[in-house]
Design a protein around this ligand. Structure first.
Ligand SMILES: [Zn+2]
Length: 58
């Protein structure tokens, strides 16, 4: 799934990974640490690809 950082505008392609162990329950932006996605349960999300760099207009 695609996810756009609400803070800096970076775009990510995320992929879901099934697991039997609960680990992290949120994923943060690589550039500004804004939370991109939160979840519960026996799967988690990882950044597959950065598809858009942050907007640097400001
Ligand atoms: Zn960001």
């Amino acid at each position: 799934m695609k996810r756009i950082c609400p803070k800096c505008g970076a775009g990510y392609e995320l992929t879901e990974v099934k697991t039997t162990v609960r680990d992290k329950d949120s994923l943060e932006c690589n550039f500004c640490n804004e939370t991109l996605i939160k979840w519960n349960g026996a799967s988690f999300w990882v950044i597959k690809e950065v598809i858009k760099k942050p907007d640097k207009s400001k």
